[in-house]
Design a protein around this ligand. Sequence first.
Ligand code: ADP
Ligand code: ASP
Ligand code: MG
Length: 449
Amino acid sequence: MTQQVNVAKFGGTSVANFATIVNCAAVVKQNPATRVVVVSAAAGITNLLVKLAFTPLSQADIAEVVEQIKTIEYNILNHLDNVQSIEPKLIDLLNEVSELAYHEEILHRLDLKDQLLSMGERMSSLLCSEVFKQQGIPALNFDVRKVLITDDTYGEASPELDEINTRAKAIMAPDLATSVLVTQGFVGADSNGNTTTLGRGGSDFTAALLAEALNAKSCEIWTDVIGVYTTDPRITQAARPLPELSFEEAAEMATFGAKVLHPATMEPALRADIPVFVGSSSEPEKGGTWIVRDCEVEPPYRAITRRREQVMVTVKTPKMLYAQGYLEKVFGIIAKHKLSVDLVTTSEIAISFTLDNPPNSVAERLNKQTIAELETMSEVTVEKGFDLVTVVGNHMQTTKGVSSRIFAAISDYNLRMICFGANPHNMSFLVNETDSAEIVTVLHQSLFE
Ligand code: ADP
Ligand code: ASP
Ligand code: MG
């Protein structure tokens, strides 16, 4: 492929209704290199699908949720010029939603849950590609499952990179000269063809994976904010957009809770050295953030993030005293369950660590098993109600005064755990969830205002 491609991704609020999808079309037209468009489900749809897939509901409640989904989708469909020709395709997809929602095994089978969760993106790509066509874009609705091959960890599937690269070049690239492929974020398929999903917010990751596979020159993430901010603008109005960020800084921010990017998004971008742009699809003229390999300035403080719903696990046993290999056993159990630990502290007889625990996630389910296994060897305490606050920056562990400045700003608050020094790009602390917004606000004031 000689053409230089841009992959553009539009999030849920960007494809929420007909008018916002028209804005997306304008963004696509503005950059002739945009040949692949990755779309999320319309805002609210994935949450409704999660409700159907994870909560025991009465038949009447199921019907109501299905109706809510239908209303959002029809609200887009009804604006099309060719409603009659597209409606049958939407009806097929809505029927699939119903069949899965009423399936007697839906609450117990992870493969069915993923099939159901994928429906939001499948409906969205159908409708977005039609709106795009009406706006003069040579759009083609493309089923990402032909290309985005993953393992079969339903709910949190890992991409099979070689397979994705080969397939994208063989199946997608030849069409890019003549068409704009509109495809589903968040969705994949395992090697048996079963539908998988990449975890909540996974559409950003899809865009970066396709950009890598197609040797794209850029990847644009279009959302509801005009870039990556110094902190979540929903926490403090003082947050401001950053013109530039490094891959490392963005990866830290995403990992530690900046929801604007899925945590894995930067991995493909970093491997293939593809600049990532973040901007607002409703205000593209306001510019946005460029995430690149090397930034002109590397400030010690770049941003503050918050990750919610953290669980602190303490494993305590006198056997640890002078014992060797104990840490290995504890972390062996955690690794076996594919859980990622963020903060760790150890003492003579105890290890404490934090785990992410969003409701309905694979992590929550595995945590229960992990903890049961840990209990076979030690006394285990699990404490909830924490958030993780992280200051992201550069050369933090070798810059004088970094920790004292941060601690001075938040001296009024109780910090349960602190992690600093392992990495030049962050300092994290575990705090009570009721304090976290204030802590972020106060820190922001001290470091950036
Ligand atoms: P999309 O549906 O487009 O993927 P998301 O809701 O996943 O959008 O991500 C955008 C949201 O991320 C913003 O509305 C904002 O509240 C939140 N966010 C959290 N941290 C940041 C940050 N540092 N910069 C910008 N937005 C952030
Ligand atoms: N629709 C999915 C979600 O809400 C994926 C995404 O939007 O990135 O999590
Ligand atoms: Mg998102």
